[in-house]
Design a protein around this ligand. Structure first.
Ligand SMILES: [Zn+2]
Ligand SMILES: [Zn+2]
Length: 276
């Protein structure tokens, strides 16, 4: 099995991660990584407990820049951002941008619901804002995801089917249901038509933190990404230094099953192809 020795999606104690950037880097060097990308949760215009405050962004960028220089002969460090759909900031200071949708705003109440916080919150979103119809919610989620991914400056689509986080136990969505898959397929198709070769991450974060069986996106969606010319990059959405390459073998197997013969990894100044 190939070892990609890189992770594009990691969080530190600048947002909701546990480890410091330096601890993450030291662990990555121990593992023989060639590159490591930091992707702090972008500032949000509403109360939350996971994103960096806008005033702290310069401090984050400054520390990553210093570490980048300090470790330059051991590992390539990139300063990225996980850009929420509801964030509007200048992206110029970042080496790369992951577009992620973590919440939806209800049209009935105006309330903001996280889709990945608890099963109860997800069910409440569906019941309160979508008349109990999970498919309507999925349709909105993939529409918002498409729009977010098509923003200028986005390089990677993050955890594309995050709404499936609790699906192993809740069974809210059926990945083989043509209606459900159709919403996702439309979004993938539109993203890749307007941004050919766009990268989607294969994200094992919920496998580590929630015991999810498979990475995001699902096998069916990975096939759609492959068939439409998309590219894939591995991540563990690590919130601590110990999970930097968690279940990457499983992620590679999923990529192979979908038809991919390579994945990509971050490098200083660009990306690099790793053939299987
Ligand atoms: Zn995320
Ligand atoms: Zn993340």
């Amino acid at each position: 099995m190939i070892n990609v020795l890189s992770n594009c999606h990691t969080h530190t104690n600048y947002c909701d991660g546990i480890s410091s950037p330096r601890e993450m880097i030291q662990k990555a060097i121990d593992k023989g990584f060639v590159s490591l990308g930091f992707s702090v949760h972008s500032p949000l215009p509403y109360e939350n407990d996971y994103a960096i405050a806008e005033t702290r962004l310069p401090i984050y960028l400054d520390e990553i820049a210093k570490l980048k220089a300090e470790y330059e002969d051991k590992i390539e460090i990139l300063s990225g951002i996980e850009l929420d759909a509801d964030t509007e900031i200048d992206l110029a200071p970042f080496d790369y941008v992951i577009s992620s949708v973590h919440q939806l705003q209800g049209e009935n109440t105006g309330r903001i619901y996280a889709v990945d916080n608890t099963p109860e919150e997800l069910v409440e979103l569906i019941n309160t804002e979508f008349d109990g119809d999970p498919l309507s919610m999925a349709q909105r989620f993939y529409e918002v995801s498409e729009k977010a991914a098509l923003r200028d400056g986005v390089h990677i689509v993050g955890h594309f089917d995050l709404i499936s986080k609790f699906n192993d136990t809740l069974h809210i969505f059926d990945d083989r249901d043509p209606h459900y898959l159709g919403f996702a397929r439309n979004a993938i198709f539109n993203i890749l038509r307007q941004k050919p070769g766009m990268m989607f991450e294969v994200n094992t974060g919920a496998m580590y933190r929630n015991g999810k069986m498979n990475p995001y996106p699902s096998a069916q969606m990975l096939s759609v990404i492959f068939n439409n010319g998309g590219r894939v990059i591995l991540s563990s959405d690590a919130h601590n230094a110990h999970s930097l390459d968690f279940a990457f073998d499983d992620a590679i197997n999923e990529c192979k099953k979908a038809g991919f013969t390579c994945v990509w990894r971050l490098r200083k100044g660009g990306i690099e192809k790793i053939n299987f």
